[in-house]
Design a binder for this molecule. Sequence first.
Ligand code: 5GP
Ligand code: MG
Length: 449
Amino acid sequence: MSGIIGIYSKDHRDISKIMYYGLYALQHRGQESAGIAVNNNGYIDYYKDLGLAYEVFSKEVLNRLRGNIGIGHVRYSNESETTTINAEPLVVGYKQGALALAYDGSLVNFLELREDMQDKGVIFQSSIDTEVIANLIARYHKDDIEQAIIKAVRDIKGSYVLVIMTNDRLIGVRDPYGLKPLCIGKLGNDYILSSETCAFDTIGAKFVRDVEPGEMVVIIDGEIKSVRTKEAEAKNICLFEIIYFARPDSKLDGKSIYLLRREAGRNLAKECPADGDIVISAPDSGTVAAIGYAEESGIPYDEGLIKNRYVGRTFIQPTQELREQGVRIKLNVLKENVEGKRVIIVDDSIVRGTTMTRIIEMLKNAGAKEVHVRISAPPVKYPCHLGMHTPKKESLVAASKTVEEIKETIGADSLCYLSLEGLLEAAGREEIYCTGCFSGNYPVEKENK
Ligand code: 5GP
Ligand code: MG
């Protein structure tokens, strides 16, 4: 998962600060690295580093990055190593000029493509999918960049959203399944591409529409045009975008993430009632579903855990001694609300099970009488090879354990998950979602990755 923004300013305004605030709004999509590339009359300048957007960019750097076209990226940590070399945008120079690329997704034929290129003598600096795509584009680019991108995209398989900047245009591409999100906005005469609509609100832009699966949009000379890269397949939007990744104030393919999560919480209360005195959430991802659960069940919602949101890269991990003292740095219990109570805690998902185990221990230590865990999605049973970056099957607690066994493992008094039907019902009963991590059915099968 990554967050991407691209801007084409027809009015030639300086866009690096706007992009910075856009990245700031997309920070939830990736905290490992941040970068911005801008185009100043055909010359591409960029800056990227490890850390959160506000840690990476100083006023001086933003003042230096001048230009009227730009792309920005925040990156989530996945299998690729955490090094500055893997930060994006990737800026490459080749025979036809310079390109900057920002990418969100996961290619299933990455190794195959990369090994094939290496056999032909291509040298790679990074270990990211983006560099393979850049090489494909360079290889196919004779005199038409759009055709080169279309050809490159035909060679790749998996989930992808690409935002590409050349010396004269901004291009956005969405995979034929629409697994990853990309939408178009407008700020005055300027076009913006963004992973999520929340970035438009932050910078004062208006939402125009989502990029369609299999569509490429090209913004040149201040105008936008639409080109098909591939025939659109059946839509397969990642369900985890809705459950966890996207911000609740975003709309994804026309749907409000907030309303959908609240509805999932209501369905959860119907399917998994519990006798309790208070509904709390595992912040922040469980909050909206917890509100829905409280609404439906009639049991009051209140705060039970307080989260410190200011954890950047410079965060110093606590020493063993501090850990033993039970120092609660990221999450603390509001004892006043849970002591002596039967607590219903709602979260969006259990992946490894470590977060919930810790939370239950904290709640019990604070005097909670009972802890009933309610999850607003089904058990995550299958590792994802399309960009969710779930751990290997062995680390997914629901891959090998029954619900009863998970309940014992995490130390809950009861545990219940929303059914896939209940979740899809909340999402509007449309068959437009990839349910792979819950069902094992992926639209694109795994290759040797
Ligand atoms: P666990 O400790 O079970 O592995 O993680 C579950 C918690 O992590 C849940 O609170 C959920 O909101 C959050 N979560 C789910 N998917 C992801 C993910 O892909 N990345 C991160 N950082 N957290 C996730
Ligand atoms: Mg969470």
